[in-house]
Design a protein around this ligand. Structure first.
Ligand SMILES: Cc1cc2nc3c(=O)[nH]c(=O)nc-3n(C[C@H](O)[C@H](O)[C@H](O)COP(=O)(O)OP(=O)(O)OC[C@H]3O[C@@H](n4cnc5c(N)ncnc54)[C@H](O)[C@@H]3O)c2cc1C
Length: 487
């Protein structure tokens, strides 16, 4: 039966869903507050990179691997329906370590990737430099990820949008949704900020980092924006063939010669500024990876807001309280990669078919009950948070993250966790003062500190300050499962 499907948000996710759902002969209307594809989907680097982005094995990594297959399988159909070439490039990723600590980290990553179904090999630095002469002679270890891909994300979003229109969807720009209207447990339509009503049989919230601002059944998805900045340089076409990654950043070439350098991971609310600190971080990482590119002229810079959730995984599925309201949000660092599979999954759900993957780990239901938090983590690095979270989730544990000592103390007071993790390199306070203030408030919490480097002096200071355990960052990562089990 033909359904009236209303999609909120015209980023890569909303447009992909619009296309796939319109292909099933439904009456699709998409409402976009600004212009189509001009938010995170425009700011992105466009990598189709399940392996370079993955922080740990588990359902999210498996979803990302499947997403890459779906991408390949649907690309020709997309080109045919849209008449747009989204510039899908099959060159992979070279992942560099520039010091021994990074090499340890990449070796660990290579191990779990290989056992979880990834395709990866180690290259000698000279072999890597033959493939890609621009990479630094100071690299000490290189992983090749030959199946990673990239795409011109701006063209991709427009391709989904054009394909959707070709299949009969109506895409409206400049229409901001205020509220999803619910009557007797069913969504009946939406009301816009300028007071217009749109009726629908099915509604999809695909409003990216803003999804939580739309009023409705009152569900919290725990969604929030994470800013990412990019600097774009004018290179020559073919100057860089592979995308290049390090633990500090990445370089991604475009067919027209542009080279994108990224990125930052910042909690800065809805502020899309490019900042001095962001530019400094990105350029430092870019020069370390490829000093040969140091003469490239600067072209432009921009920032976008990644849609994150509390556990850094997407939210895909029906609302727990309103079954004809669906969520397709929280794609965080991988929305381009996940766009094709998200369109497919949502169209399966709307057609009442069973999707090809188990959606339980991505269900909105997971945020419905208030979790029992056992661990607070004073960790600013958002990628590292997602790594902790992947391990915590596998153990059924909940971790709450904070960015400074004051927030950590407040949470300790309110939640009474069993364990407090502190990244001492980033806590913003000295080890002694962290220990003294935590111990004054929470004498029994298990206080575990870690830092990039721990010597005897640091160990003694931490012990004297009341820490139960102090570890180097790599030891902390190795022992994370054991530490969380005890929490
Ligand atoms: C710097 C950076 C680099 C990235 N690199 C990669 C990468 O290499 N690979 C990858 O896979 N992913 C990457 N990402 C992540 C990816 O860009 C996002 O996950 C993806 O774009 C999210 O798509 P979306 O459609 O959910 O959100 P958006 O593109 O932000 O779209 C949401 C849309 O909803 C609209 N909207 C909001 N509120 C309303 C409302 N009330 N009414 C109507 N419309 C509304 C907004 O205007 C917006 O257009 C990157 C992101 C950034 C910022």
């Amino acid at each position: 039966m033909k359904k009236r499907v209303l999609i909120i948000g015209g980023g890569v996710i909303g447009c992909s869903i619009a296309w796939r759902v319109a292909r099933e002969n439904n009456a699709v209307t998409l409402l976009e507050r600004g212009r189509l594809g001009r938010e995170a989907s425009w700011a992105s680097a466009g990598m189709i990179a399940p392996q370079a982005e993955a922080q740990a094995p588990g359902p999210f990594f498996q979803l990302c691997l499947r997403a890459r297959e779906t991408f390949e399988a649907t690309l020709e159909m997309l080109k045919a329906d849209s008449n747009i070439d989204p510039e899908y490039d099959r060159e992979g990723i070279l992942y560099l370590a520039l010091n021994e600590q990074e090499r340890d980290e990449l070796q660990q990553r290579a191990q779990w990737l290989a056992s979880a179904g990834g395709t990866i090999d180690e290259l000698s630095v000279s072999a890597a430099r033959q493939l890609e002469p621009a990479i630094s002679p100071n690299a000490i270890y290189v992983l090749r990820m030959p199946l990673e891909r990239r795409i011109e994300n701006r063209r991709l979003t427009l391709a989904y949008a054009s394909a959707a229109v070709a299949k009969g969807a109506v895409l409206l720009e400049g229409v901001s949704v205020k509220r999803v209207r619910v009557n007797a447990g069913r969504a009946t339509g939406v009301t816009t900020n300028d007071g217009r009503d749109f009726e629908a049989d099915v509604i999809v919230n695909a409003a990216g980092a803003w999804s939580g601002q739309i009023e409705g059944p009152g569900e919290s998805l725990g969604s929030y924006p994470v800013r990412g900045q990019i600097i774009c340089f004018d290179g020559r076409p073919g100057q860089l063939h592979w995308s290049v990654f390090s633990l500090g950043g990445y370089l991604v070439p475009r067919r027209d010669g542009r080279i994108l350098a990224g990125s930052t991971m910042e909690e800065a609310g809805f502020d899309k500024s490019v900042t001095l600190a962001g530019v400094a971080k990105i350029t430092r990482a870019a020069l370390e990876m490829a000093p040969a590119l140091s003469e490239l002229p600067l072209r432009e810079s921009w920032a976008g807001l990644r849609p994150a959730t509390r556990d850094f995984m997407p939210v895909l599925g029906p609302s727990p309280s309103v079954p004809n309201l669906f969520y397709a949000v929280g794609h965080f660092r991988s929305g381009i990669l996940l766009s094709a599979i998200t369109g497919e999954i949502l169209s399966d759900l709307i057609q009442v078919r069973t999707p090809s993957i188990d959606l339980a780990p991505f269900s909105p239901q997971r945020f419905a009950s208030k979790p029992k938090i056992s661990t607070i983590a004073l960790v600013r690095d958002i990628l590292f948070r997602s790594r902790i979270d992947a391990v915590a989730q596998a153990l059924g544990k909940e971790v709450a993250y904070v960015s400074d000592l004051e927030q950590a103390l407040k949470q300790c007071d309110e939640i009474k966790p069993t364990t407090l993790f502190v990244d001492l390199s980033e806590s913003g306070s000295s080890t002694a003062s962290v220990g003294a203030r935590v111990r004054a408030l929470a004498s029994t919490v298990r206080l575990v500190g870690f830092a990039s480097h721990v010597d005897l002096k640091a160990l003694k200071t931490a012990r004297d300050a009341g820490f139960d355990l102090i570890l180097s960052r790599s030891e902390f990562t190795n022992r994370l499962e054991e530490l969380l089990k005890q929490s």
